[in-house]
Design a protein around this ligand. Structure first.
Ligand code: UT7
Length: 328
């Protein structure tokens, strides 16, 4: 395979949701205990979310990543020992350091290959896939494991009804391999740090103490407005880069945060609503895990088939956003 014809192709997908499932009715009860009001109607109408999964105490992002990674490896017909690059996209790592990727590597029973975390919040998986694509095309890796894994339940403020009903825990993974046919056709990543404050966990650790507030803060309307604009723009530019048009897109798999944002993007791209992959109803916003969770669901349910053209899109804290266009 010479450099000019070296591409990266997804050869297997996997995902995992922790067993503890909370419906909107469960959230109504949970918030009522804290003197807060919400309703199934409000959550469904504003977001499309019907349920989310939360980990039990003691379960970490690497545990969810491990389950998703094992499934992806099995689907690709690969052993962990064959993997030569591990990237975990997460904003809720097991520890401050070392990376969740090295912890995952150890749990997989592998050692030696480079392993690192990538932090781009809800754009994390799209960022990680783009980095792995570049490393494969450059010849520095040939079989990558790319994972998005989050335990957002750990950073939710259950006294803030405007955020705690929106997020959940989960993981998704792909095996990405060098190939002489695409594969990934084009990628595009962006960030604008002037919007740090609209979606953040402002706390940190110093001198053995938590400094600042370690819980998630979001200006939902500001994020909503920015997301709708950038998702359309990045979709158009990644298509142009690949020499394709909206009409070539078989499946749109955007970050699963809010059904209204996702439908608006599909509408602007003039995609038939049936071409939009939706899993946000079942797991809420799982940040970096949402795109690979939705991709795995679409593959296993028979929606996405070999040869289909798929647009993955991420958007979130930073502000960050990006897209990956691929032939599955
Ligand atoms: O992961 C990164 C990407 N993140 C996103 O894409 C999130 C983007 N933002 C959103 O999805 C939406 O802005 C939200 C779902 C967060 C909020 O929807 P909204 O339509 O923008 O609602 P709002 O913030 O304008 O609030 C409307 C009303 C308010 O009451 P008043 O002031 O109109 O009386 C809120 O207090 O809804 C109230 N409200 C709630 N009511 C019941 C806020 N949260 C709740 C709740 N239950 N959980």
């Amino acid at each position: 395979m010479n450099a000019a014809s070296r591409y990266a192709r997804i050869t297997g997908t996997g995902s995992f949701l922790p067993p503890r499932r909370l419906t909107n009715a469960d959230m109504v009860s949970l918030l009522a205990e804290r003197g807060l009001e919400t309703s199934d109607e409000w959550i469904v109408e504003r977001t499309g979310i019907r349920a989310r999964h939360f980990v039990e105490d003691g379960v970490n992002a690497s545990d969810l990543a491990l389950q998703a990674a094992r499934q992806a490896l099995q689907a690709a017909g690969r052993e962990a020992s064959e993997i030569d690059l591990i990237i975990v996209a997460t904003s809720t790592p097991d520890m401050v350091f070392p990376s969740t990727a090295t912890i995952l590597q150890h749990k997989l029973g592998a050692a030696g290959c480079p392993a690192f975390d990538l932090q781009a919040v809800c754009s994390g998986f799209v960022y990680a896939l783009s980095v792995a694509d570049s490393m494969i095309r450059a010849g520095t890796a040939s079989k990558a494991l790319v994972v998005g894994a989050e335990v957002f339940s750990r950073i939710l403020d259950f006294k803030d009804r405007t955020t705690c009903v929106l997020f959940g825990d989960g993981a998704g993974a792909v095996v990405l391999e060098a190939s002489d046919t695409p594969g990934i056709l084009a990628t595009e990543l962006h960030a604008d740090g002037s919007h740090v404050g609209i979606l953040c966990v402002p706390g940190t650790v110093a001198g053995g103490q938590v400094l600042g507030d370690p819980l998630l803060k979001m200006d939902g309307q500001a994020v909503f407005k920015l997301a709708v604009g950038v998702l359309e723009g990045v979709a158009r530019s990644v298509l142009a880069k690949a020499g394709r048009t909206e009409a070539d897109v078989d499946w749109l798999i955007p970050h699963q945060a809010n059904i209204r944002i996702m439908q608006s993007t599909a509408r602007k791209l003039k995609l038939d609503p049936s071409r939009l992959v939706v899993t946000v109803d079942q797991h809420g916003n799982t940040s970096a895990a949402s795109v690979p969770l939705a991709l795995d669901h679409a593959v296993r349910s028979g929606q996405v088939r070999r040869g289909d053209t798929v647009m993955l899109e991420g958007v979130g804290g930073g502000f960050t956003w990006g897209a990956v266009l691929l032939d599955y």
